[in-house]
Design a protein around this ligand. Structure first.
Ligand code: ADP
Ligand code: MG
Length: 480
C-alpha cells in the first residue's frame, strides 16, 4: 500500500538549512559554541573550586583554633574573647562559633547566631576535625554560610566533650560566583551570535566561487556548447569541479555534434532510396501498366525497401545498445561453427567475385551467438565487398592462454588509409576512396561491430595499409 506520507522529507532533512553558506555558518557556530562552553565551564569551575576551597580552608582553620581554645582551662572566656574579636572586626569574612555541651545545650555562641544559624541546620558533628561533611546554608536574610561541626574535648582536665559548630559567611564569594556565571553565560551567548554572523559572512565569501560557477554554467545553452568555464583562479577544491564540468561540456558538445551529424546523415541516406521509390511509383502511375510491368516496379522497389529496413534496423540496434536497453546473452558456442555458417552465407557472392574464402580454427568460447554472427558477417561482408575480383579473404579464430578469443578477418583489398582510422567507427562514415565499390553501403556496419564488441566487453581493432589489404581483429575476453 502506498501513501503520500512516504514522499515527505525526513525530519532531519527538513530542519537542515537549504543554503550551503548558512549550513556552514551553523555548523561552525555549533562547534564554536561547544568549544567555548567547555572552556567557559572549565574556567568557571576552576575559579569556583579555588574560591570555595579557600573558604573551606578558612573555616577549618577557625574550627581548629576553636578546638584549641575549648581545651584550655578557662575555655569559656578564651572562646568569648575569640568571638568578640571576630565579631567586632570589620573584615567582610565573618564567622560564627557555637559550643554545645554533650546534651546539645548551647554553652556559648556568637551573638545573634541563634536566630540566623540555629543549631539544627549544622551537619552532624564529626568525630574529629575535617572528617565530616560541610554544608552550605542560605539564611532567611539571604546571606549564605558554610557550616561545619565537630566533636571536641572540653576543658583542660579532659573527659568532658561537646560539639563545636562553626559557620563562615560566604555570601560575598557566592555573589561573585553568581555574577561571574551570569557574565560568562552572557559572553557565551554574545560569542555565539557574533560567531554566527562572522561564520555567515565568511561562508558567503567562501561560497562565492560556487555562485560564479553556477552563473557561468547557467549561461551555457545547447547553442553555446562550445563555451567553457573560464578562469584559472578557482580555489583548488573547485578547480577539479570546473575541470570536470569542462570535460562534461566537451563530451556533450561532441555528442551533440555527432547527434546532429547523424541526423543530417540519416536524412541524406534516406533521401536517395525514398527519391528512387517515389520516382518509380510516379513512373508506374503515369500511364496504364500491365500486371507484369507493375510487378517489375514492385520488385525493384523491394531492393530499396530492404536497404531502408536494414539501415533502420542497424540504427535502432545502435541506439538500444548505447542506451543500455540491449543486452548480449552469452552462451557457450563453437567459434568456428558460427564462422562457417557466416562463410556459407557469403560463399555465393565470394564465388561470383572469384574470391577465395577460408576459415581456420576450432574452439569453444562464450558469446551471444546471434551477435557474434552479426559482427563476423559485417566484417566478412566488408572484406568481400571491398576486395577486387580474384582476391582472398580469410577468417581465423585463435584462443589465448588466458582463455580470450581472437577472431581475425583478413582481406587482400585496397586497405584503409591510416588517417581514416579515427572516424571509421563513426555512424555513416565511409572512406572516400573506396565508397564507389559499394554504392549501397550505409557506413553503419563497423559501428554495429564496435557496439557488439562493447556488449561483450571486448574490442575491435583494424590494421591496414593502402594497397595491402585490411585485417579486422575482434578480441573477446575470456568471460564476457
Ligand atoms: N575491408 C575493408 N577494406 C577497405 N575498406 C573498408 C573495409 N571495411 C570497411 N571499409 C571502409 O570503411 C567504411 C565503413 O564500413 P562500414 O561501416 O562497414 O560501412 P559500409 O560497408 O556500409 O560502407 C566503408 O565504407 C569502407 O570505405
Ligand atoms: Mg559494411
Amino acid at each position: 500500500m502506498s501513501s503520500s506520507f512516504g514522499r515527505l522529507p525526513r525530519p532531519d532533512r527538513m530542519c537542515r538549512p537549504r543554503s550551503l553558506a548558512l549550513r556552514l555558518a551553523v555548523t561552525t557556530t555549533i562547534s564554536a559554541f561547544a568549544i567555548l562552553a567547555a572552556l567557559v565551564s572549565l574556567t568557571y569551575w576552576g575559579i569556583a573550586g579555588h574560591l570555595r576551597g579557600l573558604n573551606s580552608l578558612y573555616l577549618h582553620d577557625e574550627l581548629k583554633v576553636a578546638e584549641i581554645l575549648v581545651r584550655s582551662e578557662d575555655y569559656r572566656s578564651e572562646l568569648m574573647r575569640e568571638i568578640e574579636t571576630d565579631h567586632g572586626g570589620d573584615d567582610y569574612v565573618k564567622h560564627a562559633i557555637r559550643l554545645q555541651d554533650r546534651t546539645g545545650a548551647t554553652v556559648i555562641e556568637t551573638p545573634g547566631m541563634k536566630d540566623l544559624l540555629p543549631a539544627e541546620i549544622f551537619p552532624a558533628a564529626a568525630r574529629r576535625s575535617g572528617a565530616g561533611d560541610d554544608r552550605t546554608w542560605t539564611a532567611p536574610d539571604g546571606s549564605i554560610h558554610l557550616l561545619t561541626s565537630v566533636r571536641a574535648d572540653v576543658g583542660k582536665a579532659g573527659g568532658d566533650w561537646g560539639n563545636l559548630q562553626v559557620a563562615l559567611d560566604v555570601t560575598n564569594v557566592e555573589y561573585i560566583l553568581v555574577t561571574l556565571r551570569k557574565n560568562l553565560i552572557a559572553s557565551l551567548l554574545a560569542g555565539v551570535i557574533l560567531c554566527l554572523a562572522a561564520g555567515l559572512a565568511v561562508a558567503r565569501q567562501g561560497t562565492r566561487p560556487l555562485r560564479e560557477i553556477t552563473s557561468e554554467v547557467t549561461g551555457i545553452s545547447a547553442s553555446r556548447l562550445s563555451r567553457r568555464i573560464s578562469g584559472s583562479s578557482w580555489p583548488s577544491e573547485l578547480e577539479s569541479l570546473a575541470a570536470a564540468l569542462n570535460g562534461m561540456l566537451e563530451r556533450l558538445e561532441d555528442s551533440f555534434a555527432r547527434l546532429s551529424n547523424s541526423a543530417t546523415n540519416l536524412a541524406h541516406k534516406l533521401r536517395t532510396p525514398l527519391t528512387i521509390l517515389r520516382g518509380e511509383a510516379e513512373v508506374a502511375l503515369s500511364a496504364e501498366r500491365t500486371p507484369d510491368e507493375l510487378r517489375d516496379v514492385l520488385e525493384s522497389s523491394l531492393e530499396e525497401y530492404g536497404r531502408i529496413s536494414h539501415m533502420t534496423d542497424n540504427i535502432l540496434f545502435l541506439a538500444r545498445a548505447e542506451t543500455g536497453k540491449f543486452h548480449a546473452v552469452p552462451v557457450s558456442i563453437n567459434a568456428c561453427e558460427e564462422i562457417a555458417k557466416v562463410a556459407e552465407y557469403y560463399e555465393p557472392v565470394a564465388e561470383e567475385k572469384k574470391i577465395g574464402l577460408s576459415c581456420h580454427g576450432e574452439m569453444a568460447m562464450i558469446a551471444d551467438p546471434v551477435l557474434f554472427r552479426r559482427a563476423v558477417a559485417n566484417l566478412v561482408s566488408n572484406a568481400i565487398t571491398y576486395t577486387p575480383q580474384g582476391g582472398n579473404v580469410s577468417v581465423t579464430a585463435t584462443t589465448g592462454a588466458d582463455g580470450s578469443v581472437t577472431v581475425t578477418v583478413t582481406d587482400s583489398g585496397p586497405g584503409i588509409p591510416g588517417a581514416e582510422f579515427d572516424k571509421i567507427f563513426d555512424l555513416f562514415y565511409r572512406v572516400y576512396s573506396t565508397r564507389f565499390m559499394d554504392p549501397g553501403g550505409s557506413g553503419l556496419g563497423l559501428a554495429v561491430v564496435k557496439a557488439i564488441m562493447d556488449l561483450h566487453n571486448g574490442s575491435i581493432s583494424l590494421t591496414s595499409a593502402p594497397g595491402e589489404g585490411t585485417t579486422a581483429i575482434l578480441s573477446f575476453p575470456s568471460a564476457c
